[in-house]
Design a protein around this ligand. Sequence first.
Ligand SMILES: [Zn+2]
Length: 72
Amino acid sequence: MSFTRSTVGMPEDQAYLLHHFACPSCSAAGITPGTQQRCATGAALWAQYQGAYNAREHAERSAPAAQLKSTR
Ligand SMILES: [Zn+2]
């Protein structure tokens, strides 16, 4: 998982990052994936973030860039 241009500026991205940097559990989970648990709030934000990321990825793959711009 990496932060790409596709996710920068998304509300889900900002909500997760705001929580992430304020929460020791979620910071640790981000540094060492698979060994730490996110807190309940962080896990919910992370799920939203991943859902939004996947939706964005799917939209970018299935629509030409010009078309995407005109719909936003
Ligand atoms: Zn957290």
